[in-house]
Design a protein around this ligand. Sequence first.
Ligand code: NDP
Length: 244
Amino acid sequence: MQGIEGKVVLITGASSGIGEATARLLAGRGAKVVLGARRTERLETLSAEIRSAGGTAEYRKLDVTDLQEMEAFVRHAEESFGRIDAVVNNAGVMPLSNLEERKVDEWNRMIDVNIRGVLHGIAAGLPAVRRAGGGQFVNVASIGAYEVTPSASVYCATKYAVRAISEGLRMETEKEIRVTLVSPGVTESELADSISDEHARAAMREYRRVALPAQAIAEAIAYAVSQPTGVDVNELVVRPAKDA
Ligand code: NDP
């Protein structure tokens, strides 16, 4: 299948930020989007908005840390639309802090959502994508997948892992399944709201002054999804630049 029109695209973390913008953009270009996140009231509103604009959307409650919920999410998409063409593993959290703060629960949450969540998306999505005769995974990493910054060691570690997993998946399924890693720089979203550490929160506020609109990352994802089947866009790094 060429382009975006008619493709069944699953998006995790679709209740805000980049996931929400991607859902709107892809649906606006004719994709049938299947939205997953924990805040279902937001997904319900977003699906209704997409439908009233003439698009096609389904949603299901999804906690990406739970493999069974991920499998049910994929099943829901197949039952609704008969196939799946692409999985956008986008859900993520970023509670930053220095290691010496020993916020072990937050480290584990990042590992669970950012790494296990992506692995669950692959575990549940791969058989379905194969049933459809091929397809695509778009995994959302970060510029933190290429460089480590203070207070972000665990977050960056999870994003390095997403990059490693994406490259492994690409190599193992080459020419059959397309794999795209999208790595955003600072982007407007709710991501920094999960920072409980005051020092890291203040530093982030400063760091996030120049930010991309979430739409810019949605455009990068749409670019990868829209390519002809024979074209596999492997990595896109998108950073904000100061407006002239
Ligand atoms: P948001 O906080 O706005 O969105 C994060 C999304 O992830 C929400 O929809 C949230 O939904 C979902 N999510 C969190 N935990 C879970 C879970 N356990 N199960 C299912 N969904 C979950 O931030 P962004 O849009 O910025 O984040 C999207 C991705 O982009 C993340 O992977 C992030 O790391 C990455 N990124 C963002 C950057 C930025 O500057 N914004 C820069 C680099 C990368 P809910 O709470 O409803 O479950």
